[in-house]
Design a protein around this ligand. Structure first.
Ligand code: MCN
Length: 751
């Protein structure tokens, strides 16, 4: 019986739930120096002077290094994306100019963290204020140029070949949509530790989403061969995209360690994390949709401004993902996209759960509801009319993106059915007719997204150990997704050993040959498929060995994956299992391979939210969230569901609660979880989660990614539900998050 598709509980959880996880912070080091950064309190200023005299003399201080000193030694941090201007590379620690509140300016190292914090407070900085640019659209005007050497704040302009033509549309609706900045809010903030071994190797522990990319960056920074660097990523308390890169302030740890001749340890505080870990979203959209009066969409144009923040990293190119997913699940051939990414005086933007795809989904799904309201048609019906029918071979969208497979109508019909759509509409009408103060709103978010959309494959190996156990090494670095369980299931399935006999190793560059980043929900389809292929190679090698031992022709020896035994075809006895093969092994039996797919995969689904809006207070209560997700073949429905649960929370949070707010001087007004209003279980309903399976043909598992789906479908579902509740009052559009203040103001303007 197959183990795949079963709800196997996460075997890593007992360790996590009983305090047995190993995080960077628990690492015991010999005489570590604790690092604390002095951070900028201004969004844009020239550093006219830094006085570290008192800090250096403070008790327990081991070293104080100014940005000027660090920059002189290390230069500027490498550009991970070579297309960005060299003059916009970030300093490890700012020496001459600071460009956002929270930017590190001075490194203070001491015997204890408390001593470092106390000494950091004694550092005096003389700032000369420079003009601040916070607003994206203002930045694009270049009235104030933030990098004078570059001459413009605009980093890139994306323009689709075709632009939408609205001539002939019977109805045209347009809106400005704001995808506010969000922080990843991992439970564990960023943390790192570094030291040099006696033989000149660098060892660096990092709470990040990819051991090998961090190793390669460190090798570049310190002019080392990759083999001279060991990066260990132990257990990680979440990343959500924002830890996909190890940032300059962490890359500098090895330099401090070298100066002090001691290991260096760094863990930021929560407020530092909110202020200085790169943030997500930050996209302003101008959306325009046209069609006929009977619900056929005939034109769609989306023009966006993307906030890159102070120094461009991946956030600056994520509008490219928005472009790729422009038309979502709909057949719209007359479409166009323009994107402009600009620098501002805020922390950089990076990937955050969905990374460019939720932005596309929010835009098209919001505009469909806007159009439906305009023509007086049920929004579910407008979706039906325009949806791409089921397909199993590549489908090319109006903007030119090729999807692998999908069945969007099935997901839509299922979510409507599971939610009881007709009854919900009747209940909505009843409340309106009664003049109820608690209105009911129903919102749909139908999505398709792209997973494993970046370049490169992923590595996996399986080694037969004495006694017949297996050791797996995986290039993927998990940050909470349950890879230990998933990889053990796959190897158990394809080799026939028990899951308990599969040891999983990841996140250590000395133990794993190579690896990529755990981003773009790529791991199951790439790292998982690599293990399927590796299992195939291992079985083949073992079959050869079994043929020798059974003194049979290779062609006559078969493998029974159910029992994990080899025997001659037609005669199950005698047979050999993995333990016997390991015992007789002349040399270790090991198979390692890389898996690359011919194209990305495109998971999809339909979410439906039900909200209750209190017209007297503006409070929105999320009453139900019904999700139907299609990630192709599901390996473990329990884990996939868990992924959807987490995603739904973050999607609902974007629609209703969370936002990063800077004032016009660039002060961060939401630097803790109280002000940021991070979502918690008390605001969320018990989810109703379902799935369908449209397997992909791009990998042997038929699996697509599921790590981001929950977020992508739920943002527009919850967003649309709130606007829907207020539709009869004339409300057509509001900005997220839909705070009580915004909703109350809308009710009082229109109601
Ligand atoms: N799965 C499955 N069947 C599939 C696909 C996935 O059963 N067809 C299950 C597997 O058990 C797998 C898990 O879902 O362990 C996630 O797999 P996948 O979709 O391949 O995503 P990744 O493992 O590559 O994880 C990355 C993804 C991203 S991009 C973000 S952002 C995110 C997310 O995962 N960040 C997370 N989920 C997170 N969950 C936690 N706890 N913490 C984060 O930081």
């Amino acid at each position: 019986m197959s183990i795949l598709g079963n709800k196997v509980v996460r075997r890593e959880d007992p360790r996590f739930l009983t305090g047995g996880g190993t995080y960077v912070e628990n690492l015991r080091l010999d005489r570590p120096a604790y690092l604390v950064y002095v951070r900028s309190i201004l969004a844009h200023a020239r550093i006219a002077g830094v006085d570290v005299t008192e800090a250096k003399a403070a008790p327990g201080v081991l070293g104080v290094f100014t940005g000027a000193e660090v920059t002189e030694a290390l230069g500027l941090a490498p550009n991970v994306f070579p297309m960005f201007p060299a003059e916009m590379r970030r300093p490890y620690v700012a020496g001459d100019v600071v460009r956002y509140v929270g930017q590190p300016m001075v490194a203070v190292l001491a015997e204890s963290r408390a001593a470092a914090v106390d000494a950091a407070e004694l550092v005096l900085v003389d700032y000369e204020e420079l003009p601040v640019v916070i607003d994206l659209e203002q930045s694009a005007t270049d009235e104030v140029v933030l990098f004078p050497d570059h001459g413009t704040n605009v980093l890139n302009r994306m323009k689709s070949e075709h632009q939408a033509d609205f001539a002939g549309c019977e109805v045209v609706v347009s809106e400005r949509i704001v995808n506010q900045r969000l922080t990843g809010a991992p439970i564990e903030p960023r943390a790192g530790a570094a030291w040099w071994t006696d033989d000149g190797r660098l060892v660096h522990w990092s709470a990040c989403q990819g051991a090998h990319p961090t190793r390669d960056l460190l090798a570049t920074v310190y002019g080392l061969e990759p083999a001279q660097v060991q990066v260990v990523v132990p257990d990680v308390g979440g990343g959500f995209g924002a830890k996909s890169r190890t940032y300059p302030e962490e890359l500098a740890l090895a330099w401090y360690a070298r100066q002090l001749g001691r290991p260096v340890k760094w863990t930021e505080t929560r407020s530092e994390n909110v202020a200085a870990m790169p943030q997500g979203r930050g996209q302003i959209q101008y959306a325009k949709l046209g069609g006929t009066r009977d619900g056929k969409i005939t034109a769609y144009q989306l023009d966006v401004f993307q906030d890159a923040g102070a120094y461009p990293i991946i956030g600056a190119i994520l509008a490219g993902m928005t472009q790729r997913m422009l038309t979502g699940v709909y057949e719209i051939t007359n479409c166009g996209f323009n994107g402009t990414a600009v620098v501002t005086n805020k922390v950089s933007t990076t990937a955050y759960r969905g990374a460019g795809r939720p932005e596309a989904t929010v835009a098209i799904e919001r505009m469909i509801d806007r159009y439906a309201a305009e023509i007086g048609m049920d929004p579910a019906e407008v979706r039906r009319i325009n949806m791409v029918p089921r397909f199993t071979q590549p489908y090319t969208t109006g903007i030119g993106t090729q999807y692998d497979s999908g069945d969007y109508p099935a997901a839509l019909e299922m979510v409507l059915d599971k939610a009881g759509y007709a009854e919900l509409r009747a209940e909505q009408a009843r409340r309106r007719a009664e003049g109820a103060t608690e209105l009911l709103g129903i919102g749909l978010g139908v999505y398709v997204e792209i997973t494993a959309g970046g370049p490169g494959g992923e590595f996996g190996s399986i080694e037969l150990l004495p006694g017949g156990k297996m050791r797996v090494t995986s290039g993927a670095t998990p940050t909470g997704q349950g890879h230990d369980t998933t990889w053990a299931m796959l190897v158990a399935e394809y080799t026939g050993v028990a899951m308990e006999d599969v040891e999983v190793v990841h996140g250590d560059t000395d133990a794993v040959a190579r690896g990529g980043l755990t981003v773009g929900s790529r791991s199951v389809q790439l790292a998982g498929s690599a293990l399927v292929d590796a299992a195939g190679i291992l079985v083949e090698k073992a079959r050869n060995r079994a043929a020798d031992q059974l003194e049979a022709a290779l062609g006559d020896v078969v493998f029974d994956a159910g029992s994990g035994r080899f025997h001659v075809v037609g005669s199950p006895v005698p047979s050999l299992g993995w333990a016997e093969l390991a015992a007789e092994a002349p040399e270790p039996l090991i198979a390692g391979t890389d898996f690359s797919a011919p194209m990305p995969t495109f998971p999809s689904g339909a979410h439906l939210a039900v909200v209750l809006v209190d017209t007297e207070t503006g409070r929105v209560r999320l009453d139900r969230l019904v999700a139907v997700d299609d990630a192709g073949t599901i390996i473990n429905p329990l884990l996939a569901e868990g992924q959807v649960h987490g995603g739904l929370a973050q999607g609902a949070a974007q629609a209703l609660y969370e936002q990063i707010v800077y004032d016009e001087s660039g002060n961060l007004l939401t630097s803790n979880f109280m002000d940021y209003t991070i979502v918690s279980p008390t605001e969320l309903p018990s989810y109703e989660v379902h799935h369908i399976e449209t397997p992909t043909w791009t990998n042997p598992l038929g699996a697509k990614g599921v790590g981001e789906s929950g977020t992508i479908g739920s943002i527009p579902a919850v967003y649309n539900a709130v606007i829907d509740a207020l539709g009869h009052l004339g409300v057509r559009h509001l900005e997220t998050p839909l705070t009580p203040e915004r909703v109350w103001a809308a009710v009082n303007t229109f109601g």
